[in-house]
Design a protein around this ligand. Structure first.
Ligand code: SF4
Ligand code: SF4
Length: 314
C-alpha cells in the first residue's frame, strides 16, 4: 500500500519559510509542546475535530451524527463537546452543513502532495522559490519526507524544511541531505528551560544540529529563534544562541521572530486553553532593543528580525 502522512494543509504561493514563492506543506504531529506554539492543530498526529461557534446555526445535525454521545445541546451553553467521550470519528464534521465543525488534517500520499507542488512550479521558476516542508515536525515522517523530497529533487525543485532536529539522528539523515535549506528552530540554549517550555530537553537537539551541519555542509542553515518574554529574551541567552549559530558551517542567517498570539483563536476552536494568555505580544522595536546586544560584532551571517535586518545599516 502506498505510504501516507497526515497533512495539515498545503499553502500556495507563500512568501514565508524560504526564498521566493513557495509551496509550504504542513505535516501534522509534533513531539514538542512549545508554550508559544501558534499551530496547536499540528500537535496531534491524526486528523481531529474543531468547532467554530460563530459559524454554527445550532441545527443539531452533528449531535445526531455522533455515535459516542460526545455532543449535546443546552439552552445556556449551546453546543457542548465532551473530549473524554469523543473518539475523533469525524462524523460530526461530515454532517455539518456550515463548516462550523471541521477537520484539521487529512492523510495524503506522496503523489497527492506532488500534484499540488507541480501546479505551482511556474511560480518557483520566476521567483527563485520552491517547496518547504513544515509542521508539526517533518521528522515524524522521515520515509514520507524522503520520498517527497526525492521527487522534488528529480524535478529540480528547490527544497527547504522547518526542522525541530529532535529525535534519532537516523531520521534526520533521511531528510537533511535532500534539502537546499534547513530552517532550524532553536528555542533556547538552556536544556532545563527548554524542557520547561517545550516538554523536552535540548541536549540531543543541539548535538543533532552540530552533527548534521558538519556531515552535510552543503545544506544552508537558517536558524530561527522565537523571541519570548522571560524565556530566551535576555542578552546572555541571545548571545549564546548567536555563538552556537556561528559555530556551524554554512549558517546563512540567524533570524529572531518576536512573540505573537496568532494561534490563539485556533486553541479556542480545539477547546484547549491558550498557555500564554497573559503574555503580551512583542513589537518590532522591543525585539530590536533585545537583539541589539549582538550589534558591533561581525557575525558570519545576517542577523534578522522577521526577515528584516536587525541593525540599521552603518
Ligand atoms: S468526532 Fe465523532 S465522536 Fe467526536 S464529537 Fe464528532 S462525531 Fe462525536
Ligand atoms: S452541524 Fe454544524 S451548524 Fe449544525 S449544530 Fe453542529 S456545528 Fe452547528
Amino acid at each position: 500500500m502506498e505510504q501516507t502522512a497526515p497533512i495539515l494543509r498545503i499553502e500556495k504561493i507563500s512568501l514565508q519559510d524560504g526564498s521566493g514563492l513557495r509551496t509550504v506543506v504542513f505535516f501534522k504531529g509534533c513531539p514538542l509542546r512549545c508554550a508559544w506554539c501558534s499551530t496547536p492543530e499540528s500537535h496531534s498526529a491524526t486528523p481531529e475535530r474543531a468547532y467554530q461557534a460563530n459559524k454554527c446555526t445550532l441545527c443539531g445535525r452533528c449531535v445526531q451524527a455522533c455515535p459516542s454521545g460526545a455532543l449535546s445541546f443546552s439552552p445556556d451553553k449551546g453546543l457542548s463537546w465532551d473530549s473524554g467521550k469523543c473518539t475523533q470519528c469525524l462524523r460530526c464534521a461530515a454532517a455539518c452543513p456550515t463548516g462550523a465543525t471541521k477537520v484539521y488534517g487529512e492523510y495524503q500520499t506522496v503523489a497527492q502532495v506532488m500534484r499540488h507542488i507541480h501546479r505551482d512550479e511556474v511560480f518557483y521558476f520566476h521567483s527563485g522559490g520552491g517547496v518547504t516542508l513544515s509542521g508539526g515536525d517533518v521528522l515524524c515522517y522521515p520515509d514520507f519526507a524522503h520520498a517527497l523530497l526525492t521527487e522534488c529533487k528529480e524535478s529540480l525543485i528547490n527544497t527547504a524544511a522547518e526542522l525541530t532536529m529532535y529525535g534519532d539522528y537516523d531520521r534526520i539523515r533521511q531528510v537533511y541531505p535532500l534539502l537546499n535549506t534547513a530552517l532550524i528552530d532553536l528555542k533556547c540554549m538552556d536544556s532545563a528551560l527548554h524542557q520547561k517550555w517545550t516538554g523536552q530537553p535540548n541536549d540531543g537537539i543541539l548535538q543533532n544540529i552540530h552533527r548534521a551541519a558538519h556531515e552535510f555542509p552543503d545544506v544552508d542553515i537558517h536558524i530561527r529563534v522565537p523571541l519570548i518574554w522571560g524565556v530566551n529574551d535576555d542578552p546572555a541567552s541571545i548571545r549564546q544562541t548567536a555563538e552556537f549559530s556561528a559555530s556551524l558551517p554554512h549558517c546563512t542567517a540567524l533570524e529572531f521572530l518576536p512573540y505573537h498570539r496568532l494561534g490563539q483563536q485556533t486553541y479556542a476552536y480545539l477547546d484547549r486553553p491558550y498557555p500564554l494568555a497573559d503574555l503580551p505580544t512583542m513589537t518590532l522595536p522591543e525585539a530590536r532593543d533585545k537583539v541589539a546586544c549582538l550589534s558591533g560584532r561581525d557575525w558570519p551571517f545576517p542577523v534578522l528580525i522577521s526577515k528584516e535586518p536587525a541593525f540599521p545599516a552603518s
